[in-house]
Design a binder for this molecule. Structure first.
Ligand code: PA5
Length: 448
């Protein structure tokens, strides 16, 4: 059974129940295309049974062994990657870590990130930090040719080789890349780095349960076997039926597509705790990059509540009525904290005395749900008992599976990302990359 509950009741203020039930025919088609691998992008469905295959392979042992070695030699680990090559790891690590983990030595290396931007200051300050710390590098790029991580890795490789010497440096670098192709694969082989493969049939944003996510997560001290077990459990559950009422992924995919068809093209992913910020980032990429095609698709956004109730809350309550929300709610926090009683009650909060902070947060979530629904914003809810590896494994697989169904319902290929090339081509042309001369002339004509 799914450890979380999905509640879509509030969409029926906006959509007729009969119309919702009628989408089952489309869902059946999408579901069959996904699990029988007959739909568009069928060559990128390796993630479907990845967790169960990985659990029964020696790969987990190898990941844990490499993680142990890195833990023993480094206080900091830089994960170099962008998009699907870093967001999954970061989502899980941040969700499970202390909010103040950068200040709190839990005995495991601190994971930091590079290659996800081209900021000179970010990279300069990173190198300054690395001057003072023992570190290792995990460089992740499926294609091996993505500019941002390649640029960051060029700087980091130079730094680590100067700091530790060539022979020792290569003991501190792990490359995670394609099996055969790409510059990173060639470099890793030539230098003798430890390597892991990203399966050919798994795209970046579906790769968190490959070494791309599993190695950094294991290094950060979390149990990747439990993460995989959660995903396997969800895999088994979602394979049993396409029925919207029984299959939570089909239910979610159907609900968001019906809202889209009813004039709600923006989905806001909502959390009520800050350590889920990167889970939202991962979700945004998964759905945004999978569905935003052919001038179609739900635009994915995210907010951290209650923080953003004091900024975007106004727009959500009262702005253009094109929004719906998906809330991820965690029932039981890791820690317990009650509101203290205060003799003078200067702030007037004694009516909350002895209540748990999480009870206040829960009422904020409920109050927000009612206010937003009343204001014309349908709210879907995913309610999870607690944050741990097993539950996150379930949730990750659930969202991946639902994304495949949802993309097919929208009649797009959810497994490619052709639009990502447009900015790269312009950037290369502007920077004078050989082979881009014609493009450069074309762009310069436009910019004059
Ligand atoms: O989901 C995707 O395919 C993308 O987000 C990629 O992960 C991202 O562009 C990085 O690509 P690569 O791993 O080839 O460097």
């Amino acid at each position: 059974m799914a450890i979380f509950k999905i509640n879509i009741n509030r969409i029926f203020d906006f959509i007729q129940k009969e119309a919702f039930d009628a989408i089952q025919t489309d869902v059946n088609l999408a579901y069959n295309n996904l699990i029988q691998k007959t739909g568009e992008g069928r060559d990128f469905l390796g993630w479907l049974q990845l967790a169960s295959e990985t659990m029964s392979s020696p790969l987990v042992d190898k990941i844990e062994a490499v993680a142990k070695k890195i833990q023993s030699q480094s206080k900091l680990v830089v994960v170099v990657g962008i998009g699907g090559s870093y967001l999954g790891a970061r989502a899980v690590i941040e969700a499970l870590s202390s909010n103040f983990h950068t200040l709190d030595s839990n005995g495991f290396p601190e994971i930091i990130y590079a290659g996800q931007n081209i900021s000179e200051d970010y990279l300069f300050e990173l190198l300054q930090l690395l001057d003072k710390k023992d570190y290792s590098i995990i460089v992740v790029s499926k294609s091996g040719t993505t500019t941002e991580p390649a640029l960051a890795f060029r700087l980091l490789k130079d730094h680590i080789e100067k700091k530790y010497g060539l022979a020792n440096a290569k003991e501190r670098i792990v490359a995670i890349t394609d099996k055969q192709r790409g510059a990173l694969k060639k470099l890793a082989d030539a230098q003798g780095y430890e390597t892991f493969q990203i399966p050919d049939d798994v795209g970046g944003r579906y790769s968190v349960l490959t070494p791309v996510g599993l190695l950094p997560i294991a290094i950060a001290g979390f149990d990747i076997r439990k993460l995989l077990q959660g995903a396997v459990q969800m895999e088994q559950e979602l394979y049993t039926s396409a029925n919207i009422a029984d299959n939570p992924a089909c239910m979610y995919a159907a609900a968001r597509n019906m809202l889209y068809r009813a004039g709600k093209p923006v989905e806001i992913f909502v959390n009520f705790q800050p350590n889920l910020h990167y889970f939202s980032e991962w979700w945004k990429q998964l759905y945004g990059e999978s569905e935003g095609k052919n001038h179609k698709g739900i635009f994915t956004a995210s907010v951290n509540f209650t923080t953003d109730l004091h900024s975007l809350g106004q727009y959500i309550q009262d702005g253009l009525r094109v929004l719906f929300e998906t809330m991820l709610l965690i029932d039981t926090p890791k820690h317990k904290l009650n509101v203290p009683f205060e003799e003078t009650d200067a702030d007037g909060l004694n009516f909350l005395a002895n209540k748990r902070i999480s009870d206040v947060n829960k009422m904020a979530a409920l109050g927000t749900t009612i206010a937003h629904a009343d204001g014309g914003v349908p709210v879907l809810k995913i309610e999870m008992p607690e944050l741990n590896e097993y539950n996150l494994g379930q949730l990750i697989y659930f969202f991946e599976f639902a994304c495949g169904i949802s993309g097919y319902l929208m009649e797009v290929n959810p497994f490619d990302q052709p639009g990502v090339e447009a900015y790269k081509n312009n950037m290369f042309a502007l920077l004078g990359k050989p082979g881009y001369e014609e493009k450069q002339k074309e762009i310069l004509r436009k910019t004059i």
